[in-house]
Design a protein around this ligand. Structure first.
Ligand SMILES: C[S@@+](CC[C@H](N)C(=O)[O-])C[C@H]1O[C@@H](n2cnc3c(N)ncnc32)[C@H](O)[C@@H]1O
Length: 297
């Protein structure tokens, strides 16, 4: 695991920090805490980052991406004092509800990262999602759940102020870890390389099957093929558990033959799923007559 803070201290994770005003208040109120924020919106990360710089805050690190990914890969097992989720996206439409964060699987995984007695603080205006979160945590059997009045500090976020003005009421719960899920949840495995060298003539055109390829915990699909000077670039969408990447695979001439593998562009993480996508690409190249001479997939 990366040492994000360069010192020891109680570790706190905020998922979906939005414009970061709560994060700043929290960091000022607890200068000894080490606060990791995870946020999927790039614009929000930028706003929060500027706010942290302006306020001279040194005990916060921002991660641009999924909270679950940060939890899995940036937080060592049994190290987290607290998780704070203020006004999570409620995903009210039935078909989107699987995107909700606070489900049984999340609570189970979280238990592997929390210290004994560590907790999650949820504040929301969405009663249905709130009830569901309570049920899901109860179902995991790993938490003591207490419904409380929201602390005043949690009602100063951008969304809290917006919903206060709209006259909405707020719900708050504390989920305290009482036991740990026995299934380990190790950080995602990363590889150095994923490529193959092939022999044969590079075709003039490359048409790849649009069908998705099943990979561990998800799927990969070739979205588009573009011709470059030395070969082809294949825009590829890879969805794995906790991680979605759009990356380029390439098929091009190299000093040692035809190279088919991951392009460095965008610095993708080479995961098992990405390796599986490269294997699928190599299979497709086999169908147009290219022969594998070295396989590092
Ligand atoms: C309704 S806003 C609340 C923002 C802030 N907490 C507040 O109270 O003002 C929800 C935020 O969560 C972010 N978000 C949604 N899903 C996320 C996830 N899986 N990981 C990290 N951030 C997420 C959204 O981009 C958005 O900024």
């Amino acid at each position: 695991m990366i040492d994000l803070f360069g010192r020891e201290g109680p570790l706190v994770l905020e998922v979906g920090f939005g414009d970061g005003r709560f994060t700043v208040d929290l960091a000022k109120a607890h200068p000894e805490w080490l606060i990791l924020g995870a946020e999927v919106s790039a614009a929000s990360v930028q706003r929060a980052y500027r706010r942290l710089r302006r306020e001279g805050i040194g005990n916060v690190r921002l991660y641009h991406g999924q909270g679950l990914f940060a939890l899995r890969n940036l937080v060592p097992p049994g190290s987290l004092k607290r998780v704070i989720v203020n006004f999570p996206d409620p995903w009210p439409k039935k078909r989107h509800q699987r995107k909700r964060l606070l489900q049984e699987g999340f609570f189970r995984r979280l238990s592997t990262r929390l210290v004994e007695g560590g907790d999650l603080l949820l504040t929301t205006d969405h009663e249905e999602y709130f009830r569901l979160a309570l049920e899901e945590a109860e179902r995991s059997g790993l938490y003591r759940v207490e419904v409380k009045e929201p602390p005043e500090t949690h009602l100063r976020t951008k969304y809290a102020l917006k919903w206060k003005e709209a006259g909405r009421i707020f719900f708050h719960a504390v989920f305290t870890k009482m036991a740990e899920d026995p299934t380990p949840w190790p950080p995602i495995r990363r590889y150095e390389v994923a490529h193959a060298l092939l022999r044969g003539e590079l075709p003039k055109e490359l048409t790849l099957a649009k069908a998705s390829v099943a990979i561990p915990g998800g799927m990969a699909v070739f979205l588009e093929v573009a011709r470059g000077e030395e070969g082809f670039y294949v825009l590829t969408h890879v969805e794995e558990e906790d991680l979605t990447q759009d990356l380029l695979l390439e098929v091009r001439r190299s000093a040692r033959g035809l190279y088919a593998g991951v392009s460095r562009f965008g610095s993708p993480l080479i995961t098992e799923g990405v390796k599986e996508a490269v294997r699928a690409l190599v299979r497709e190249l086999g169908r147009v007559g290219l022969e594998v001479v070295q396989d590092h997939t």
